[in-house]
Design a protein around this ligand. Structure first.
Ligand code: ADP
Length: 874
């Protein structure tokens, strides 16, 4: 909207000046009890929030479009705008309108963006709200990714280089699932990452000038945040990409928060190789924190393992699942802790009962640091602190059996000073706001007590003065009265004039009486009338003092918070293990994974009509590197493979596992290639996606990785498919090539032959009971492959009309005959799609005649043509 600024009123001038600085934000401009929006903001936002669009005189001919929201409801509106992808700049009145001549000073005190939220009302308590910053150093070909959660004070950074750099950056972003990403202009040079952010991550992005990441003054700002003299103290190297990423991140945080708040106590340097490598596909396919289809927590691994009692624990559980460990020593440490809790179920129950009363120390502390904590927040902090001594004494009982529990116990402070101060200072059930008083306890501050005494005993004080003066002067009938003009006064009737002492000041003469004031009376009046205001402002001061004292306890509170969170997660693991009948896995180093009677942690809980059938898994680095699993669709192949991956992953997070026994050798990465993924929407064909995922795996897997391949080669014609599947299997299995542990489900029975040809391959299949015309899935994995696909039987189970089923059976038989005669394979796949394979010419022509080309996709047509050519050329 074009605005003639020369004619505009001074206040609107002020509005426009502020707006100029925050063009990419919606500006909330404080006017009294409202935040108002004007001009273009008003037009768009009134629509977005369904507010009434009004107008305000602004000096121009037409009124300025305006809409507004009451200041006390701002949080709710801000949250809605943030969810819609807006940033909101909150502009406050910085001087008191009552005491300001001319225009009130206003400025932006905070910019609210998706990644910089601190209000608990806007956040999900079990999930971290990360903001990430990426810095790419094109010269040295390195990259830094920094992440922070302002609401909890967590900050971390990773450094990446080498050929896997982009894959690692993408994996780190997949783990954080940031609400917002900031990057420098040259970010687009990392094309894969940029595409990933654009297509796969649903988050806000902010482009920042490169100087924000590298300039010296900004580095100074970074040091100030952490209270250090050099970046080396943080473990960072000057002029490196990770340092730049951290610098850019905190520069942005300072700019949006408008203050240098020392909320952050620690910068974690993440060593990529401390954690199991999981790319976004693996995270999604294994349904670690949400289900593939509905994106809900229910049905995910997190859902099964979550018996945490605190928000801090809930967030930490999520991050443990997102970052399984690789160090056997650290894994065993966690498992021993879970074991100690598992064996002492009484202590476990007592600890969990205490944790129920623990509040979110991290987010409460953020409010304390940002001075937005209210009286109830301080009470919650104290209530939490009060649980700590009992918690520590429970932990002490297990310290002998678990080093980790002993260490966490030692990291928990009892925070007595904090608890005592809040208990002494703040009322039992304080109001939410300090504004109306009633927050500070009686007896905490003498001056406040006096003021309160005056407020409630004002009349008694005046009566006391009256009584005393009467006795001292001997003036009978001396009365103290009050009027608006003089305030309190002493009234003396005419007959006692000569008894009036010298110091009294005459104020008014009436017909039969005189009115006086004394200094004492004036003072009493001032204190009575001013007591309320003074008490309110004194309460606010005392409250701020208490809050600021708590702020000095940031380090012990933060340390306690993370130790309590870890205890909560360990208890959750023990509790779930007891409830679901899990066992402690043995962590081995011989490279073998040996699971007896393993179960799928989620499927076993959601099955309604059937019992879950447990299965063994054995794979190692030698003769059993690759398990080729055949079996009809729906027989349980993919459940079985995922269950193996999940058991390994659970063990590496420190959880017990659903099995009778499990020996797990640590894996460095898990890869999955399962089903169609949602990249289809990005314009790639199923086959392209499948192949690019497979090639990612082949490039990034190591001999220590676990690879799960479900139906590779399915997206193309049979001959191509078999060839690709076989070549992939050969490549992975060849110990000179990749040699990683692999579970390979396939419906290409040709692959069964690999067992005899390649070292390290073993065939398995899922047992099926075929009785008459019906099949029954036994869900049991057995040695040896099957060469029957049961496709038609499964189709029948799925409810395909009987006529179609019997026709399919007829066709199948026909083809099987052909197959025998030409000694070649006829393969039918799940969808009942028939491939000509190496049928004889006649049979192929016959089939072609019966094929309805209109029903086939382009790809299928191409496959068909290729097959036909094969037939003709044979
Ligand atoms: P496939 O990959 O062979 O097509 P799935 O693994 O998807 O088959 O399994 C199909 C269904 O069978 C699952 O949704 C589950 O309900 C059931 N199922 C799989 N494995 C088992 C098992 N071990 N015990 C009981 N039910 C199972």
């Amino acid at each position: 909207m074009e605005i003639d600024r020369s004619k505009i009123s001074p206040m609107m001038q002020q509005y426009l000046e502020v707006k100029d600085k925050y063009q990419d934000c919606v500006l909330f401009f404080r006017l009294g009890d409202f935040y108002e929006m004007f001009f273009d903001d008003a037009i768009t936002i009134s629509k977005a929030l369904e507010l009434t669009l009004t107008g305000r005189d602004c000096g121009l001919e037409e009124r300025a479009p305006m809409c507004g929201i009451p200041y006390h409801a701002a949080d709710m509106y801000i949250k809605r705008l943030i969810d819609m992808g807006y940033k909101v700049a909150v502009c406050e009145q910085l001087t008191d309108p009552a005491e300001t001549k001319g225009i009130v000073v206003r400025d932006v005190i905070r910019v609210v963006t998706p990644g910089t939220l601190t209000e608990t009302s806007m956040l999900d308590d079990g999930v971290n709200n990360y903001i990430c910053s990426i810095y790419h150093d094109e010269v040295n070909k390195t990259c830094g990714v920094a992440s922070a959660d302002i609401s909890t004070g967590e900050a971390a950074v990773s450094f990446f280089e080498g050929k896997d750099m982009e894959a690692d950056v993408i994996n780190e972003l997949s783990r954080c699932k940031p609400a917002e990403i900031i990057f420098a202009e040259n970010f687009l040079s990392m094309k894969n990452t940029a595409d990933f952010v654009k297509i796969r991550l649903d988050c806000a992005v902010s482009l920042r000038p490169k100087v924000c990441f590298t300039e010296a003054p900004r580095m100074e700002g970074l040091k100030e945040v952490f209270g250090v003299k050099s970046v080396a103290e943080l473990g960072l190297v000057e002029d490196r990409a990770d340092t730049a990423a951290v610098c850019g991140l905190f520069d942005y945080i300072r700019e949006t928060q408008k203050s240098t708040v020392s909320r952050f106590t620690e910068l974690k340097l993440l060593q990529g190789d401390a954690f199991m490598g999981l790319d976004l596909n693996a995270r999604r396919n294994l349904e670690l924190t949400e289900t593939l289809r509905t994106k809900e927590k229910k049905g995910s691994l997190l859902w099964v393992l979550d018996s945490t009692k605190t928000s801090m624990g809930r967030r930490m559980l999520r991050s443990w699942i997102e970052q399984p460990l690789k160090s056997p020593a650290r894994i065993i440490e966690r498992l021993d802790a879970v074991d100690a809790l598992y064996r002492s179920s009484v202590v476990l129950a007592d600890i969990q009962a205490l944790l129920e009363r623990v509040y979110d120390l991290e987010r409460l502390m953020t409010k304390v640091m940002y001075k937005s904590a209210n009286p109830r927040d301080l009470k919650s902090l104290a209530a939490t602190a009060l649980q700590l001594p009992a918690l520590k004494s429970e932990l002490a009982k297990l310290a002998g059996s678990s080093k980790l529990i002993a260490r966490l116990d030692s990291e928990i402070s009892t925070l007595e000073e904090l608890a005592r101060l809040v208990e002494n200072a703040i009322m039992e059930e304080p109001p939410v706001s300090v504004k109306d008083g009633g927050v500070i306890r009686d007896g905490f501050n003498e001056e406040l007590d006096n003021l309160r005494h005056i407020m409630t005993h004002g009349k008694e004080i005046i009566d006391g003065i009256e009584q005393r003066e009467k006795e001292e002067t001997g003036i009978k009938g001396l009365k103290i009265g009050y009027n608006r003009v003089f305030g309190y006064y002493l009234e003396v009737t005419r007959s006692y004039y000569d008894l009036v002492p010298e110091g009294w000041i005459r104020k008014q003469t009436l017909a039969n009486a005189e009115r006086f004031i004394t200094e004492e009376l004036k003072n009493a009046e001032n204190s009575i009338l001013g007591a309320k205001d003074k008490a309110l402002s004194l309460e606010a001061d005392i409250f701020a003092e208490v809050r600021d004292f708590l702020a000095t306890k940031l380090v012990p509170v933060q340390q306690t918070a993370s130790a309590v969170a870890a205890i909560d997660v360990l208890c959750s693991f023990a509790d779930v293990a007891l409830r679901n009948n899990y066992v402690k896995p043995d962590i081995a180093i011989d490279g073998a994974i040996d699971i007896k009677a393993g179960r799928h942690p989620v499927v076993e809980l959601v099955l309604e009509d059937e019992m879950f059938v447990p299965n063994d898994t054995y794979i190692d680095k030698k003769s059993d590197r690759m398990a080729i699993i055949t079996g009809p669709n729906m027989s349980g192949k993919s459940t079985y493979m995922r269950q193996t991956a999940l058991i390994v992953l659970m063990a590496q997070t420190g959880s017990f596992v659903p099995a009778d026994s499990a020996k797990i050798s640590v894996v460095d990465k898990i890869f999955t290639r399962v089903g169609a993924s949602d990249d289809l929407t990005a314009g790639q064909s199923t086959f392209m996606v499948e192949m690019s995922e497979v090639s990612d795996i082949l490039r990034n897997a190591t001999p220590d990785s676990l690879v799960i391949l479900d139906e590779v080669g399915r997206g193309t014609s049979t001959f191509d498919g078999v060839s690709i599947a076989r070549a992939v299997a050969e490549h992975i299995c060849g110990s000179k090539k990749l040699g990683c542990k692999t579970l390979f489900a396939t419906h290409y029975h040709e692959l069964i032959g690999l067992e005899n040809e390649l070292d390290g391959v073993k065939n398995y299949s899922i047992a099926v009971n075929k009785h008459g015309g019906t099949i029954r899935f036994l869900r049991k994995i057995v040695r040896g492959g099957v060469d029957e696909s049961y496709g038609v039987d499964v189709a029948k189970l799925a409810g395909l009309p009987a006529k179609v089923v019997s026709r399919a059976r007829e066709l199948l038989e026909e083809m099987e005959k052909q197959h025998e005669s030409v000694q070649a394979n006829v393969v039918s796949d799940s969808g009942g799609q028939i491939s000509f394979g190496s049928l004889g010419r006649e049979a192929a022509l016959d089939m072609l005649e019966r094929t309805n080309i209109d029903e086939l996709s382009d790809e299928e047509c191409r496959g068909l043509l290729k097959d036909m050519l094969n037939v003709i050329n044979n």
